[in-house]
Design a protein around this ligand. Sequence first.
Ligand SMILES: [Cu+2]
Length: 138
Amino acid sequence: MSGRTLGYGDLTATDAARLPSKDPDRSTTIRLTADSSGYVHGIDGASFPDTSPITVSEGERLRLKVVNDTMMFHPIHLHGHTFQMVGAGSARKDTVNVLPMSSVEVDIAADNPGQWMLHCHNTYHLETGMATVFSYRA
Ligand SMILES: [Cu+2]
């Protein structure tokens, strides 16, 4: 077996897909968590629906850091938007795999008002609480 694994750092958004250049208006961090059993998942130590929403205002550019405090992979998916990777390449995506005990940063253009789910796409992590709401202020 030879070759190497493609990483996010290898991916660059095309001009048509890239977010317009803009500094973030605000930054926030969420931590992906699990209880000591490893079978109850959450965000910042709480399980949905008890997680705190990520609140944004329309037109805002949010830099979101997602820190994985667990030993599992978490493909984090945001509804209603595509974000742009920061630091490792510049791919435009709606799901990013956050590796165990590591983090990713993404920029999100808040351009689609509503109440959108942000969650782990591993269904058993979602069903035990690794979800929150990406919530536009009224
Ligand atoms: Cu997960």
